[in-house]
Design a protein around this ligand. Structure first.
Ligand SMILES: *[C@@H]1O[C@H](CO)[C@@H](O)[C@H](O)[C@H]1NC(C)=O
Ligand SMILES: *[C@@H]1O[C@H](CO)[C@@H](O)[C@H](O)[C@H]1NC(C)=O
Length: 507
């Protein structure tokens, strides 16, 4: 894509932003009533994996990541592991998109966290239409969908009884008491069944936000991942939720990471034959060491960041570094936050077998403004509220302990959080650390009742890596942004800076 096209795109974004911000702040569904143009052009962003500090261990040399806007959805996309949604809910997915916009989404639900015991499967048919590049979640495209049919197959008598207790008696063509396991029943069609879907907490609002990333490997192979919108952590909100972050990606059935036994099982499944995943080895939690994000992470409400954790179990001590960026490639840093404290491991989770409960205490936080706009913003705080007012400048770290945090960044010290951790092995038997998903509304899991029931993207162990990587290696985005970006950056910060206030930036 030429820089002229890009600057055109950015100008469009710039014009829309103030409206977007107002609407986001009000959390109104009006978001979607704002008239926006269709894709004026297609773009091809090239992004480098930002985590060079672990690159030797975790990514091959010469891997290039591209993300087309609009994305090409055609094909079948499958889960790579047993997925956990807030609740918790356990599922595997196999979504097929056809070039005529029709899609067929297969969701298999399970009773437990290893996806060995299928409860029921949903066969969802509908149409999807890509609308425009998202100006809320940069790097994503917005889409609208239309459901034509949802069918259900129940896989056991026990699952049938559990469902019957949740569903209203008048679900379309389905009197659950008479339902036979293994047979397809219609739950929804364009004439009836809305109440039925609502009672199940079902929606495919995830289709509202899409992004396809392609990793081009130097040996010629490629891996494609489909990111769909996030699921709200509050059950009551999930069917209305307009996503602005992502779930864990599905991988293209033809272009996935090898080996992926789960991919093959999910790909070959049908609503009558749900995949039964093999039980992986139990991986005991062993936090010792230095853990980092595998990629630039996108959170709901315009947050792009990478995480970097160090645990010292013998001292019950932890340190976290959160690098925040303006863009989905994590190439334009805004601020970096370092937090320290202690943690205590609690009981194994009763809701999620294999996961453990934790309590984290944050006692010290230091922040570095990484760009001029953020430095100015922090500089404008009242004395005694956020470090030394008037002393903020780019690249200089400030301790927030004396001011008990910084309300502008949503940091209050000391602070306690209730957490959920688990470990799994990846396709090459390397450990992955999953930490609890943050509440979608930006609140803090500061009470046991708010403890997460699902997970964020996993972090990987960085063996022998440096513990304090420098920031300078991060500016690796190959795409030259047009001159409009500097203004955009400022605007975004001004507009969203205030929104940050309500967020606890300790993850
Ligand atoms: C984007 O780049 C990739 C690899 O360089 C290429 O295969 C793909 O066709 C490009 N897409 C567009 C829309 O130019
Ligand atoms: C912060 O405020 C001080 C005092 O008002 C000023 O001298 C300094 O230039 C400001 N720094 C930034 C980055 O705006």
């Amino acid at each position: 894509m030429s820089s002229a096209q890009l600057s055109h795109l950015l100008r469009g974004v710039l014009l829309l932003l103030p409206a977007a911000a107002v609407i986001v702040a009000g959390a109104s569904s009006k978001l979607w009533e704002v008239p926006t143009g269709h894709f004026t052009s297609s773009s091809n962003q090239t992004e480098n994996v930002p985590l060079e500090r672990c690159q030797n261990q975790w990514t091959e040399d010469g891997v290039k990541v591209t993300a087309d806007i609009p994305p090409k959805l055609d094909g079948t996309w499958v889960s790579t592991r047993c997925e956990v949604r807030p609740g918790p809910e356990f599922l595997t997915r196999s979504y097929t998109f056809h070039s005529n916009r029709h899609f067929q989404a297969l969701q298999h639900y399970y009773t437990e966290s290893s996806c060995e015991d299928p409860a029921y499967s949903l066969m969802i048919r509908g149409k999807i239409r890509l609308l425009q590049a998202s100006w809320i979640t940069r790097g994503a495209s917005e889409a609208e969908h239309h459901l034509s049919r949802v069918g259900i197959v129940v896989h056991s008598m026990a699952a049938k009884q559990r469902l019957a207790s949740r569903l209203p008696p008048a679900c379309v063509s389905l009197s659950l008491n008479e339902a036979v396991p293994g047979k397809l029943y219609e739950l929804y069609n364009t004439r009836a069944g809305r109440a039925c879907l609502a009672a199940m907490g079902f929606s495919v609002m995830e289709m509202g936000l899409v992004r396809v990333e392609t990793q081009h490997h130097s040996h010629g192979g490629k891996v494609q991942e489909l990111f769909l919108g996030d699921i709200h952590t509050d059950w009551a909100q999930r069917t209305q939720h307009r996503p602005s972050g992502y779930q864990q990606p599905l991988q293209n059935a033809m272009h996935h990471i090898h080996p992926c036994p789960v991919c093959a099982l999910v790909y070959r499944s049908s609503e009558q034959r749900p995949p039964v995943l093999p039980r992986g080895p139990a991986v005991p939690l062993s936090l010792t060491g230095h853990w980092v994000s595998l990629r630039c992470e996108t959170r709901p409400n315009v947050l792009f960041l990478t995480r970097d954790f160090t645990f010292n179990p013998s001292q019950h001590a932890w340190e976290g570094i959160y690098r925040h960026y303006l863009d989905s490639a994590c190439s334009q840093p805004t601020f970096t936050l370092r937090a320290w404290g202690h943690y205590a491991q609690g009981n194994p989770s009763s809701k999620l077998s294999g996961a453990s409960e934790f309590v984290f205490k944050v006692t010290q936080v230091r922040v570095t403004a990484m760009d001029e706009s953020t430095a100015k913003l922090l500089n404008s705080t009242r004395p005694g509220k956020c470090g030394r007012a008037g002393d903020w400048s780019v690249g200089v770290e400030q301790d927030l302990t004396a001011t008990n945090g910084c309300p502008m960044l949503g940091i209050k010290l000391p602070h306690k959080e209730y957490e959920l951790f688990k470990m799994e092995l990846d396709h090459r038997k390397r450990p992955l650390l999953f930490t609890g998903e943050r509440p979608t509304d930006g609140s803090s899991p500061d009470r046991p009742l708010r403890r997460p029931t699902s997970f964020q993207a996993p972090m990987v162990l960085c063996n022998g890596g440096e513990t304090h990587p420098s920031f300078s290696t991060f500016n690796s985005r190959q795409l030259q942004l047009a001159s409009g970006t500097a203004g955009l950056e400022k605007l975004v910060l001004l507009v969203f800076g205030s929104a940050l206030c309500s967020w606890l930036v300790v993850y």
